[in-house]
Design a protein around this ligand. Sequence first.
Ligand code: ADP
Ligand code: MN
Ligand code: MN
Ligand code: MN
Ligand code: MN
Length: 336
Amino acid sequence: MATKLEYIWLDGYKPTQSLRSKTKIVSDFGGTLEECPDWSFDGSSTEQAPGGSSDCVLRPVFICKDPGRLDAYLVMCEVLDSTGVAHESNGRATIQDDDNDFWFGFEQEYFLWDPETNKPLGFPAGGYPAPQGPYYCSVGANNAYGREIVEEHLDLCLEAGLNVEGINAEVAAGQWEFQIFAKGAKEAGDQIWVARYLLERVGEAHGVSINWHCKPLGQLDWNGSGMHANFSNTTLRTCGSKDIYDKICEAFRPAVAECIAVYGADNDQRLTGKHETASIHDYSYGVSDRGASIRIPLYTVQKGWKGYLEDRRPNSAADPYKVAAVIIKTVKSAKL
Ligand code: ADP
Ligand code: MN
Ligand code: MN
Ligand code: MN
Ligand code: MN
């Protein structure tokens, strides 16, 4: 029987990489990663290689069912150069988390976008809908726009076996969120990218594009989109110590520039100090504080300083592999 393998990878565009994919037909496929051969693509068409030496390698790293197609799988790949070395665009290869001790829960926000009006769903062509307030977690045709896309996406993710933990309508009209949790930074990044891929494809079928930009409505009074990174390791989950939490949060202070460099393009437009964000120029942390760079959830404190932290700065267009990599590096740099 013929099986469709959709090989998915990230291109080399800067500052924001996009998803690319192509289909490989194989026969007698058993459904395992080990059966997926390396493949190649034209890196000169994706800003990943010069035309004279264009071949790049796709190395399969994650596989799941493709519920939107008959007899099909989605195969997330890392990109290697022609000599087999991780390509400079390959953020996944930079993750130092061999024991999968880090757990991540990413909250992916995005706008459903009408390509004809070039505005979010729910925005009239010639103006603006009512101001923010009624849209967050709303129901009803006056306030919730595009739910059929969101629901279709959720079902596909669950059928694919992705660990989606929830969805909600967000603060701006046409803005939504899904959350994915995974143990291990690579697994978390793989699942977010595959979920983004599935969302792009559902949107395509409805003639709606996905706007991943962190501030697509500019400096008007509309929220931007984040990808809050909730994270923990054994220390954060078990220490029971405010002092250790403070030390880990302090480790992020000298790392601000390094973090912001991978927390997504144009984040200065989003991290303004308004709309539940901290200013990009400050670094702060606090219990239950949604105006801080890093929030210590109340739940973590109530459990006696055992839980996780939420870095609120990564934006909707950030690469979860790179976000996870810098968080792991920074937490490990804390002097406990
Ligand atoms: P909020 O919108 O209040 O910031 P959400 O419920 O949208 O919160 O997201 C919270 C995220 O925190 C979820 O994705 C969840 O998986 C994640 N999370 C919970 N516990 C942990 C943990 N121990 N380590 C890492 N992430 C966690
Ligand atoms: Mn060709
Ligand atoms: Mn959330
Ligand atoms: Mn949110
Ligand atoms: Mn959050």
